[in-house]
Design a protein around this ligand. Structure first.
Ligand SMILES: [Zn+2]
Length: 54
């Protein structure tokens, strides 16, 4: 289940603290899907299998 905007207090939102944006603001359309783990690759080139995609 995906987190909803009102479920993560900003004080404990590690993703927000790390990337300065909410998880749902990450652009997954830059790289598409990883051919290895078939997960969406985020704008930093990382995916579910450890960011092996480039
Ligand atoms: Zn992957």
């Amino acid at each position: 289940m995906l987190p909803q905007p009102d479920q993560i207090p900003k004080e404990i939102d590690v993703h927000l603290a790390t990337f300065r944006k909410e998880p749902w603001d990450v652009d997954y359309n830059l790289f598409g899907y990883c051919p290895i783990c078939n997960s969406r690759i985020d704008e930093f080139g990382f995916c579910a299998c450890g960011g092996a995609a480039d």
